[in-house]
Design a protein around this ligand. Structure first.
Ligand SMILES: *Cc1c(COP(=O)(O)O)cnc(C)c1O
Length: 369
């Protein structure tokens, strides 16, 4: 049995340190907005090469609060990739603005900068760039367009902790970035968590207030804020895990390189890494028209795979209001119809990777018979 993602082993490896972190918070008797959060915010800001980090309740809130703080809302438009997890779009909708989808590049699966300008109107306020599957988006081109049209650039860095664009970490490549610490992400908490990183002092200050009931001083509410905070206990766990992030990302990279090499003769499309990208392989995504067959064959051998994602946001019932239908975004639809994520993670062994490689070859051999 090879699960798609093993969340037990990583935490066994860090068991002692995580227990100590728990004891520390327990003994402190302080559970919200305290020393652990402050320390994590400093450490994570430094890791991302950003001036500020503000911990919040989850990744969706992180993106939503950035838009709120920039006062992007009713009547505004925000450019989003047509190929992403729905949270990117939901953040825009929560703020009251309209997500305007732009198709991805079929090779990198990230938003295609060449198609962005056509989607810009006089209502456009920002571009939300997602570093999907752990690979940085083409930030140089995106920033160039944003400068030309005076737009904000917001990074959705939920899947890209540690990834680099031309040597610069994601989370420090736009005006602000939203991060998720959902347990399955490269840097995952032991529950929900999220953060914003930015170099913008004013934005950071606004978000600090927004996350805590619109209040800087207790019982003094400057704006109608939210309750979206990163708990002390999660901040303490994240500090332990942040120390291991680079090593764990390196292990993911070894597996990804092994897959790229060992699967290259199969009739599948492998991930393409542009020369400026240093991805962190949150997911290892291959593309094939025979997805259903391959997934079943692997399942019979106890190998778990997942589809990221089966239905693009524009075809979800939640977004019927936007009036899109099948064919509205054919590249996103093709990706959603064909992608399959193979197991990858810091604790997948070389032996397991070899078994997966063999299972893939065997499946295609059976398919051709
Ligand atoms: C996980 C994820 C989010 C949302 O993060 P949560 O912490 O689950 O709210 C946003 N965008 C992308 C691309 C994600 O993968």
């Amino acid at each position: 049995m090879i699960p798609f993602l093993d969340l037990k082993q990583p935490h066994q490896e860090l068991r002692e340190e995580l227990r100590n972190a728990f004891e520390e918070v327990l003994n402190s008797g302080w559970f919200i907005q305290g020393h652990q959060l402050e320390a994590f915010e400093q450490e994570y800001a430094a890791y991302c090469g950003a001036k500020h980090c503000i911990g919040v309740g989850n990744g969706l809130d992180a993106l939503h609060l950035i838009l709120r703080a920039y006062e992007i809302g009713n009547g505004d438009e925000v450019i989003v990739p047509s190929n992403t997890y729905i949270a990117t779009w939901l953040a825009v909708s929560y703020a009251g603005a309209t997500p305007i989808p732009v198709e991805p590049d079929i090779h990198t699966y990230n938003i295609n900068p060449e198609l962005i300008e056509k989607a810009i109107t006089n209502k456009t306020k920002a571009i939300m760039a997602v570093h999907l599957y752990g690979q940085p988006a083409n930030m140089h081109e995106i920033n160039k367009i944003a400068t030309k049209y005076n737009l904000r650039v917001i990074e959705d860095a939920a899947q890209s902790q540690g990834a680099k664009y031309n040597g610069i970490a994601t989370g420090g490549l736009g005006n602000a970035a939203g991060h998720s610490f959902y347990p399955g992400k490269n840097l995952g908490a032991l529950g929900d968590g999220g953060a914003i990183t930015t170099n913008d002092d004013e934005l950071a200050d606004k978000i600090r207030i927004l996350r805590n009931y619109g209040s800087r001083v207790k019982y003094l509410n400057e704006v109608k804020g939210f309750n979206s905070r990163l708990d002390e206990i999660q901040a303490a766990f994240l500090r332990v895990k942040l120390k291991n992030l680079d090593e764990w990302n390196t292990r993911r990279k070894l597996i990804a390189n092994y897959y790229i090499d060992s699967l290259k003769d199969l009739p599948i499309v492998l991930p393409v890494v542009p020369e400026w990208a240093n991805p962190v392989w949150h997911l290892f995504v291959v593309r094939t028209k025979e997805r259903e067959f391959i997934q079943k064959e692997l399942e019979l051998l106890g190998i778990g795979t997942v589809i990221h994602y089966p239905i693009p946001p524009h075809l979800q019932t939640a977004y019927t209001e936007l009036g899109y239908s099948k064919g509205s975004f054919p590249i996103a639809e093709q990706i959603h119809d064909q992608v399959l994520s193979l197991p990858i993670g810091p604790h997948l062994t070389e032996q397991e990777a070899q078994l997966i490689n063999k299972a893939m070859s065997d499946a295609f051999t059976r398919l051709c018979r």
